[in-house]
Design a protein around this ligand. Structure first.
Ligand code: SF4
Ligand code: SF4
Length: 172
């Protein structure tokens, strides 16, 4: 029976001994920031929440649901945004539009429930791209920290543009 020399099998290869180059470059980065703080007195962080850093101009805001030029909700509950969402954080429940409210919606179906869980959302913008009606945009306010999980759930009431409000997002 062949004998396996365990210590040979796990012996370092010669090229693996160059690990110290990566460790040294990492330590130099740490040293650079240490010297910046210690000698140049450059702050590495800010006193949050009294001081706050600005967001990038490319940072997407929270979702908003749009109305059309007649004030009707653009969303027709087609579920495209819900299916495309990689984080599975959109929850929609569709309902038929009652005849007496037909003037409030462009089609015969509307989103009775439309929730977005901002604890799961990664702000990729795919829902905005997938929407065939130009109904959802990530142009709302910047999400703030909350101390309650429920506050991270945006409902239709909080996302839908107020009637007569500005119609932003004119992709259609
Ligand atoms: S931005 Fe991305 S992760 Fe967030 S709800 Fe839209 S598709 Fe989902
Ligand atoms: S927001 Fe757009 S994609 Fe999402 S359900 Fe409504 S119409 Fe469909």
């Amino acid at each position: 029976m062949a004998t396996v020399k365990v210590h040979d099998k796990y012996k370092w290869k010669w090229y693996q001994k160059f690990y110290f180059i990566s460790i040294t470059s990492g330590m130099l980065v740490t040293l650079k920031y240490f010297l910046k703080c210690a000698i140049l007195r450059q702050q590495a962080t800010v006193q949050y929440p009294e001081e706050q850093r600005g967001y990038s101009s490319r940072f997407r805001g929270r979702h908003r649901l749009k109305r059309d030029e007649k004030g009707r909700e653009r969303c027709t509950a087609c579920f495209c945004c819900m299916w495309v969402c990689p984080a599975k954080c959109i929850h929609i429940e569709a309902a038929l539009v009652p005849p007496e409210k037909a003037n409030l919606y462009p089609e015969d179906k509307y989103a009775k429930v439309f929730n977005v869980d901002h604890l799961r959302c990664i702000f990729c913008g795919l829902c905005e791209e997938a929407c065939p009606k130009g109904a959802i945009y990530l142009d709302g306010d910047i999400p703030k920290p909350f101390d309650n999980r429920d506050d991270f759930l945006s409902t239709k009431d909080t996302m839908l543009d107020k009637e007569g409000g500005p119609i932003i997002g004119t992709r259609l």
